[in-house]
Design a protein. Structure first.
Length: 165
């Protein structure tokens, strides 16, 4: 298992019931991907997925070898990872958050604005938090160009946005 190839896709946050199912907070736009996975890693250990279902904003998962409430409790707070290639290709203009962290952002006039240090999920659109404190809404008319390989992004901020930060 090549660690560099793994990406974080969620976190086990609690138990569900007494038979050993775990409740997962997905770190992805589409939590149904868990229903298509046959396994994932948690704390470096591979777990086979026996059953997964979306429940509200979480995913309830039954794992092979995790039987009973005590075993499920032991899984709490573990981050879930999977190999990047298992998830398949992303659509154009869609990026993994881990690939955006550290990207240098500049205005369309060449002004450096900072590097992306966090992504806030607002529901309607993501917001990129820059090291300078600038907040950049992830909207098509704001994000002009993204080059993940070069770790660069060019944006056109709405008038007055820099004044508000």
């Amino acid at each position: 298992m090549a660690m560099a190839n793994l990406i974080e896709i969620g976190k086990i946050v609690n138990t569900h019931g007494i038979r050993g199912e775990v409740k997962v907070t997905p770190w992805c736009d589409d939590p149904t991907i868990y229903c298509d996975l046959s396994y994932f890693y948690a704390a470096g250990q591979k777990y086979e997925i026996l059953r997964a279902r979306v429940h509200k904003s979480s995913v309830i998962i039954e794992l092979d070898g995790v039987v009973g409430i005590d075993a499920a409790i032991a899984m709490r707070n573990k981050v879930i990872t999977i190999e990047r290639d298992v998830l398949g290709d992303l659509d154009d203009g869609v990026y993994y958050i881990c690939d955006l962290i550290g990207v240098a952002v500049e205005n369309d006039d060449g002004q450096a604005l900072g590097n992306i240090k966090d992504v806030i999920k607002t529901g309607s659109n993501d917001v990129y938090v820059l090291t300078s404190g600038v907040l950049v809404p992830a909207l098509k008319d704001v994000i002009l160009e993204v080059d993940i390989t070069e770790k660069r992004m060019t944006v056109r901020l709405p008038d007055g946005l820099l004044d508000l930060n």
